[in-house]
Ligand binder design. Sequence first.
Ligand SMILES: [Zn+2]
Length: 382
Amino acid sequence: MSSLCLIFFITKIRALPLSLNSYADRWIWGADKHGLFTVKSAYHVARSLILTEDSDGPNPSASLWNGIWTAQVPSKVKICAWKACANILPTRSRLSERGIDIDTHCPLCEEEVESPLHALRDCSVASEALSIAQFAPLSVVTQQSSVHEWLLSQVSHLSKRSFSALLMLIWAIWRNRNSMVWDALSKPAVEFVPLTLGWWEESRIVHATPTKLPRSHSQKWKKPGLGFIKLNVDASFHQASGTAGLGGVFRGSNDSFLGGFFEFKTSISSAKHAELLTALLGVQLASFHSLVPLLVESDCMEIVQATKSNQLDSSDLGFLLADFRQAMHTASAAILYHVCRSANTVAHLLANEAHSHQRMFDFFTVAPSCVKEALTHDCNDF
Ligand SMILES: [Zn+2]
């Protein structure tokens, strides 16, 4: 274990981007993408640690929570089901257990103690409602001692749609029980079951997400304005090995290929790290080879936004971002734009080439064969 921990830290340290400029050391909160400490992110770290320690395998309740929160039902229905499973639905037995002096008999049948399972499944009105909607025969499911156990067994064998319908019924059964307690009015199951399920079906149709129409054409690369040089950059990143391929291409306003580069890199911490490193390398090369005035295009929105604001300044990429900004300034105040992937094909191919063949750094003025075809078909300007 100690050697595993050591490898983890060594990998992390190796992946820290270094800067040629001297910046003061500072604390970075790794659990936040901007490097800033928040109570919310600390809560998530603590929670994931507890979950990892507690579980020797997959958490069996995870499928139930997932089933509830992703069910196709209104939020109030999900909350009702969650309360029942967490054993905090205020049935009379639960109120009594919490020290409230109350008659624990079921307000509907007045025969049994009103536990959550009785109220939602076993009471005569509840069981009639479930059988009208043709949910599992109750004889099969009576071994369970809590709503949590009952719904856990249901979520594993019902379809998503049927499980959602079951949650709707549970909510309707609880609402009917509350009308009895507060207004002394309860409806028979034959009345509220079709009403509830009918209303649910209608709302499902209204809220159904329209299917997206495919785009008729994808955007292509565009030539820069007269006198400008355009640099397109892209990176391909492999999380498990911490490796990346960097690729970039320089083209002029007449669509001419002016140069390109690629490089295989190890000790890369994230896709953002790889994208930022590529952009920095590209802009440094532009200054070195006097490929200015320069427009830079990247398909990584996060890098573009971070460069224009201060978003990554406090993260582990902060120094690299500062270097990149300075390099942009040095390259005759280059300008950075976001571009969609379909307009960044050549840089993408170069990054892939570097990654898949582990290419050493190379700057070339003759286009390699892997991008020749893309260079001819890439542009939609004539
Ligand atoms: Zn009852």
